[in-house]
Design a protein around this ligand. Structure first.
Ligand SMILES: Nc1nc2c(ncn2[C@@H]2O[C@H](COP(=O)(O)OP(=O)(O)O[C@H]3O[C@H](CO)[C@@H](O)[C@H](O)[C@@H]3O)[C@@H](O)[C@H]2O)c(=O)[nH]1
Length: 446
């Protein structure tokens, strides 16, 4: 057990401590991650040998002033129980708790709902991380900027191509002072190619009052009350709030739309621009570039988890200790092999994730693909996707004038027959691909 060093209390009662929140969403989200999210909640999907949010925790653990982390979402309580238990052992300096929203409250609504828990111990700042991003999370650098500027908020930004920018929150900033001058969530026309990475550091003195003001603005808006005549007395009428549903929606408060634009109006909102890697993990296919980026980072850091280079291992490659890989199978680069997977003689696996209990038979070839839990790829079969440029931020490609999946994905318990070729498609769970060759995602498997 490590010693927990108490933080010295400041004049305003704040302790200088920092907490972290990971926004994990809920079961109604992650639909673009299907079919993989049918079996595992997206934040727990294994990328580079670990659940997506494990990578967030690893970064959080490197910030000395953080001792408490909250996963906020609206999945059932049990979903994160095992993950939290394992992570608490792995990250003994962190206390990790799941806080469940009773319904989707939006990216700021959950923070506000659990403000008492978050503010307990009077932390001075909180990090807020979207769970569906893959990056090097330069949290210490953001903290340093926040302290230097006495910032109310620091947002992590990165540059993307002009075409991609409008899919994200866009930031206009003063390049000299790094102050955010203007923020627009997914603008219709181009305003900047510096985008919101979904990682923030807020001063607790600023964020909760900002959310409270946003809620007040909502509730102050007059609701449309409609007058209906009552059946027994036409003179009297009663009022029905037509906006019952909308009011419920009003409980949804979003950081991006409801808070950040306003924060840009004051002077204490700054951007830390990362030059390191950043990708969103939205579609199932986006797990492949995320896997590659995290594996490359592990390689740079000299991680002992990776398989050593050899004639048939082209790093970086992660092989779970319980997997059985034939010495003549050639793996890598950017391959993750999950627990109890078997890879047969002469197989070739490149830029792919092979999930728990899957089997790749001898001389099969798996490229730019995800092989689902318990799936089987037959001998001499070929399961193949297409690489997309790292800068494109998309996982689809145009093939013969049609938009198709770049990454091939086999859902849980799929079977690919011997010598069958599967290319650029998503295969739903429990499908057997026995005879056909699939050349694009428009072909139905037989
Ligand atoms: N707890 C909770 N989490 C939520 C909720 N809604 C979304 N989230 C979580 O919040 C994160 C953001 O999800 P979205 O609301 O789907 O936003 P987005 O389209 O991904 O865009 C956001 O992220 C981009 C970077 O990846 C940003 O560029 C963009 O500006 C925005 O912040 C995800 O981790 C998601 O699980 C909610 O109601 N409750």
């Amino acid at each position: 057990m490590s010693l927990q060093i108490p933080h010295r209390e400041k004049a305003n009662g704040a302790t200088g401590a920092t907490k972290a929140v990971i926004l994990v969403g809920g079961s109604s989200r992650g639909t673009r991650f299907r079919p993989l999210s049918l079996d595992v909640p997206k934040p727990l999907f294994d990328v580079a040998g670990h659940p997506i949010i494990w990578h967030c925790l690893t970064a959080i653990d490197k910030v000395p002033s953080i001792q408490e982390v909250y996963l906020i979402g609206y999945y059932e309580e049990s979903v994160f129980r095992d993950f939290i238990k394992d992570s608490s052992t792995e990250f003994p300096n962190l206390s990790i708790k799941y806080l469940r929203e009773y319904q989707a409250l939006g990216t700021a609504g959950g923070l506000y709902h659990f403000r008492d828990a978050i503010l307990k111990g009077r932390p001075e700042r909180i990090f807020v991380l979207n769970s569906d991003v893959c990056c090097s999370f330069p949290l210490n650098e953001m903290l340093k900027l926040s302290q230097e500027k006495d910032a109310e908020a620091v947002i992590l930004g990165t540059r993307v191509s002009e075409d991609a920018a409008s899919n994200f929150g866009c930031i206009v900033s003063d390049s000299h002072t790094r102050r955010v001058l203007h923020y627009v969530e997914k603008p219709e026309s181009h305003i900047s190619n510096l985008i919101n990475c979904g990682v923030y550091l807020f001063s607790t003195d600023a964020i909760f009052p900002s959310i409270r003001s946003a809620i007040k603005r909502r509730t102050d808006r007059p609701s449309r009350l409609v007058s209906y005549p009552s059946s027994d007395n036409l003179e009297s009428s009663f009022m029905i709030d037509e906006e019952d549903d909308e009011n419920r929606q009003n409980e949804v408060i979003r950081l991006e739309q409801d808070i950040l634009s306003d924060m840009a109006d004051n002077k204490q909102f700054f951007v830390y621009e990362t030059k390191d890697f950043w990708r969103q993990i939205k579609t199932a296919g986006s797990a492949i570039p995320a896997n590659a980026l995290y594996l490359q980072k592990a390689l740079q850091n000299g991680s002992k988890e990776l398989a050593p280079r050899s004639e048939n291992i082209l790093p970086p490659v992660y092989i779970h200790p319980t997997a059985q890989v034939h010495p003549t199978a050639k793996l890598g680069p950017n391959v993750s092999i999950g627990p109890r997977v078997t890879v047969g003689a002469g197989a070739r696996v490149k830029e792919s994730i092979v999930l728990e209990d899957a089997e790749i038979k001898h001389d099969a070839c798996v490229l730019y693909s995800i092989i689902g839990w318990n799936s089987r790829v037959g001998a001499w079969a070929r399961v193949e996707g297409t690489p997309t440029p790292v800068t494109s931020h998309t996982t689809s490609i145009i093939k013969n004038g049609v938009k198709v999946q770049a990454i091939t994905i086999l859902g849980k318990e799929c079977g690919v027959g011997d010598e069958v070729r599967v290319q650029n498609c998503i295969c739903l769970p429990f499908k057997e691909l026995k005879r056909v060759s699939l050349y694009d995602s428009n072909h139905e498997p037989h």
